[in-house]
Design a protein. Sequence first.
Length: 131
Amino acid sequence: MLAMDGNTATYMQYAYARNRSIFRKGTVDPAPLRREPPPVLLGTPEERGLALQLSRFEEALTSAAAEYKPSSITAYLWDVAKTYSGFFQNCPVLKAETPALRQSRLLLCDLTARIIQRGLDLLGIRTVERM
């Protein structure tokens, strides 16, 4: 139940907490990203993979509701957390090569955190900012 790896709520919470740490370390406020989203740059396979996973959120929710299977949300969030982990390891955010790339990656991070938080909330699981 408390495993930090595998398909567990703890793993998904860890992905969320690790994501939020980027904003704390860089003293970045996500509000401007939400008000005026920068262009999303998808130059790496990890960026493209994460963007594709994020775009499936509505589909995952619709499927879970139609089939009365909250486990569909869990499976989707697991995929998001795994994909985010690959992005996190391979795509520097705060030290991105250009300011535009940094903003794009920050936006992907913020969207990831918001989706994980919303999905876990729908399952009755709260997120934590630090682990």
